[in-house]
Design a binder for this molecule. Structure first.
Ligand SMILES: [Zn+2]
Length: 83
């Protein structure tokens, strides 16, 4: 939705700010993947990222890209750091 301050050179941000906690939830969510089991031929599988242990300091790099027509496009949304 255009805002009064948006111009052709500086369009309004397309994406809302996202909380860091939401990014972690998305990163660690279970994802259905296509993988054919070599043992039984079953075609459904899931994968999930997670942490076995946590370090004292966790350094995170935000991967703010989506594929638009197979072209990696940078997202302009801000990630809100935890308090
Ligand atoms: Zn199987």
């Amino acid at each position: 939705m255009p805002t009064p301050s948006a111009t052709d050179e500086n369009p309004a941000p397309e994406y809302e700010p996202v909380a860091f906690e939401e990014c972690v939830k998305t990163f660690t969510a279970k994802t259905e993947i296509e993988l054919k089991c070599s043992q039984c031929g079953h075609k459904r599988a899931s994968m999930q990222n997670g942490f076995v242990t946590l370090p004292d300091v966790l350094v995170v790099t935000a991967s703010r890209f989506v594929l638009k027509n197979w072209v990696p496009t940078k997202l302009g949304n801000n990630i809100l750091s935890p308090p």
